[in-house]
Write a protein that binds this ligand. Structure first.
Ligand code: AMP
Ligand code: ZN
Ligand code: FE
Ligand code: FE
Length: 271
């Protein structure tokens, strides 16, 4: 078994920890490998890399790109993180998130809850997301936790929900491959139409996050079975979002040697 974390967030997107703090926690958890996979940005990577050098943790740059709610969140590994066309597309996705955020704030206001756009963006890094609305509502005392904000306002079907304006899974896969990387589908349990995995595998999806922090042994079996059928690499991560996020369990999952070996072999062919 290899203790690794291939899925983590910092405050450059919707995590609450600085990139260096994520690395520090990875060191404390005894990880051999850490990927920072912020949503739509690689801005946290230089700081994480420097911290990894200082602390002796192998830190690599990843990305998570969300398509519409209930569809795939695509994790990218082995990307050329300075690639200008990747940077341009990510900037475009972040711009669309700003537009969406105005719509969410509008809906919150129409529900009789006073909230200014600037209150949401006050403490954000590069990428805006619903967790920042949750945090702003928490600061105002409207909710106690991010989870409560999602349950009352922000989740799909709730009154302030606005769907993601991210790219389709197909576009996200193509973008990551064009930047020299490979893709895994994050927390596959949240993919409503799991039948589309076959189609995505044909389009270049190469992994599935079978070893996700909340997965039971039967979930792991379900997704490693799909991985075998579609010849996908089973990947693993916690989706750490930092203290106070509700997604803050200790970093690291145990990835079986075979899966880890396949992942590292694929990573070595990137660039
Ligand atoms: P967004 O990128 O704006 O669509 O927000 C999605 C992000 O919100 C996810 O990456 C999680 O970090 C967070 N999230 C989604 N659902 C929940 C939930 N029920 N409770 C807390 N955080 C959530
Ligand atoms: Zn997130
Ligand atoms: Fe996700
Ligand atoms: Fe995530």
């Amino acid at each position: 078994m290899a203790k690794v974390d291939l899925h983590t967030h910092s405050r450059c997107s919707d995590g609450t920890s600085a990139p260096a703090d994520v690395v520090h926690r990875a060191k404390a958890a005894g990880l051999t490998l850490l990927f920072l996979t912020d949503h739509d940005t690689v801005a946290g990577f230089p700081e994480a890399l420097a911290a990894g050098k200082a602390e002796g943790v192998d830190v690599r740059c990843g990305i998570e790109i969300n398509s519409i709610e209930g569809s795939a969140h695509i994790l990218g590994y082995g990307i050329r993180w300075r690639d200008p066309s990747l940077a341009a597309r990510l900037a475009e996705f972040r711009e669309r998130r700003v537009k969406r955020m105005h719509m969410i704030v509008d809906k919150i206001n129409k529900l009789g809850v006073a909230l200014a756009f600037e209150e949401v963006t006050a403490l954000t890094g590069q990428t805006l997301g619903r967790p920042h609305v949750a945090d702003a509502l928490r600061r105002k005392g409207v909710v106690k936790t991010r989870q409560e904000a999602f349950d009352r306002f922000l989740a799909s079907g709730k009154p302030a929900f606005v769907d993601s304006m991210g790219p389709s899974p197909e576009e996200a896969i193509a973008l990551i491959r064009d930047a020299g990387g490979f893709c895994s589908v994050a927390h596959p349990d949240t993919v409503v139409d799991k039948g589309r995995m076959d189609e995505w595998a044909k389009l270049g999806l190469e992994g599935i996050e079978a070893y996700y922090s909340t997965h039971s042994p039967s979930d792991i079996l379900r997704y490693t079975t799909i991985a075998e059928r579609l010849n996908l690499i089973p990947t693993g991560g916690t989706d750490f979002h930092g203290p106070g996020s509700g997604r803050e369990k200790a970093l690291g999952v145990e990835l079986p040697d075979e899966a880890f070996g396949r992942f590292m072999e694929r990573l070595a062919r990137c660039g």
